[in-house]
Write a protein that binds this ligand. Structure first.
Ligand code: 5GP
Ligand code: ZN
Length: 114
């Protein structure tokens, strides 16, 4: 896939498509989910086009994505109440957008995800 032109999350990472950014650095971009499932719902994505967790063994990057997601929840004041950080992978995992992304959802009591 030519990520820069075909992939919506590549387009958000490059600034070609609009999103409400939360934070960014040289490796990742975090932005608000277009259809939030809680008062806080942010997606954390690598700048690089990686399809899913099935397609990378880059542990520093995976750790950075998850650590950033947790930091966003804590910075928004949800450390004590709690929050959920997760990544859907592939069809059975419920992944709809084929660019690796970590969800962080907080602000309501979440049910069993499965
Ligand atoms: P998945 O099911 O792939 O884990 O989740 C994809 C998420 O991306 C969904 O929560 C959906 O609302 C969000 N999403 C899809 N397209 C866009 C978009 O263009 N902009 C933003 N901000 N979120 C999107
Ligand atoms: Zn992409």
């Amino acid at each position: 896939m030519n990520g820069a032109t075909e992939c919506i999350f590549c387009r958000i990472a490059s600034g070609e498509a609009r999103a409400e950014l939360v934070t960014e650095d040289d490796r990742l971009v975090a932005f608000k989910d277009a259809h939030p499932r809680g008062p806080l719902h942010v997606l954390v994505i690598p700048r690089e086009h990686i399809t899913s967790l099935a397609d990378t063994e880059d542990e520093p990057l995976i750790g950075h994505l998850f650590a950033t997601a947790a930091r966003i929840a804590k910075a928004a004041g949800y450390a004590e109440r709690g929050f959920r950080v997760f990544a859907n992978s592939g069809a059975d995992g419920g992944q709809l957008v084929p660019h690796l992304h970590v969800h962080v959802v907080a602000g309501r009591r979440l049910g069993d995800p499965a």
